[in-house]
Design a protein around this ligand. Structure first.
Ligand code: AMP
Length: 215
């Protein structure tokens, strides 16, 4: 069974690879970023509470995030594996997952880390366009949709995320370095960490992932 965490700095390609892994291995793709964006778009109480934090690149509180993820992982579609994208992002979140994971039968057994230098990240973030409906990610320079401005998968007009600007990116990268990077050591010690070069062409990355996860 594949209970996977996908890690990497903003712009490393998590969303793109997550979509592929989830399709390939029939796993529910659980992205905390997508869950927060959906909450904001729906104008729910949660959405209004987190809007300013998310748009400025800050981190939502560990308590709120962990509660949301625990509830999501508890659902029956995660019983045969799952792919977590964007969670955990802090040591307290990892500790919480370590405690509630086994409790709800969802213990993590693999961590995939996508590494990427910051100069590559910033240019990817600037060109990124996303589908607000299905979450697919494109890039105006390197990964253009077939039809300009339109999602290849569901035909929805693409948008630029509010937090994909230079100021928010800086905050997100700082948060990554300060709060999330320490998790690499944490999962290395647990013997779960597998690191990949995020600058590789997508197809090469996919064949490396196949080698790790099986066909
Ligand atoms: P992402 O789509 O993964 O880049 O996440 C977008 C934004 O959602 C982040 O910049 C945070 O504001 C928030 N977010 C997503 N996941 C988490 C998390 N695990 N902990 C705290 N905030 C999160």
């Amino acid at each position: 069974m594949l209970n996977i965490i996908l890690m990497g700095p903003p712009g490393a390609g998590k969303g793109t690879h997550a979509k592929w892994i989830a399709d390939q291995y029939k796993l529910p793709h659980i992205s905390t970023g997508d869950m927060f964006r959906e909450a904001m778009a729906s104008g729910s109480e949660l959405g209004n509470k987190i809007k300013d934090i998310v748009n400025s690149g800050g981190l939502v509180s560990d308590e709120l995030t962990c509660e949301l993820v625990k509830e999501r992982l508890s659902r029956p579609d995660c019983a045969n594996g799952y792919l977590l994208d964007g969670f955990p992002r802090t040591i307290p979140q990892a500790e919480a997952l370590k405690a509630f994971g086994p409790e709800i039968g969802r213990e993590v057994n693999l961590v995939i880390d996508i590494e990427c230098p910051s100069e590559v990240l910033i240019s990817r973030i600037a060109g990124r366009r996303v589908c607000p409906k299905c979450g697919a990610s494109f890039n105006v320079n390197t990964m253009k949709p077939k039809k300009e401005g339109i999602c290849d998968y569901c035909g929805t007009p693409l948008i630029q995320r509010k937090d994909d600007n230079v100021d928010s990116f800086k905050v997100r990268l700082e948060n990554y370095t300060k709060s999330t990077e320490p998790l690499l050591d944490y999962y290395k010690k647990e013997g779960l960490l597998h690191s990949f070069d995020g600058t590789l062409p997508i197809l090469n990355m996919q064949s490396e992932l196949l080698a790790l996860l099986g066909k």
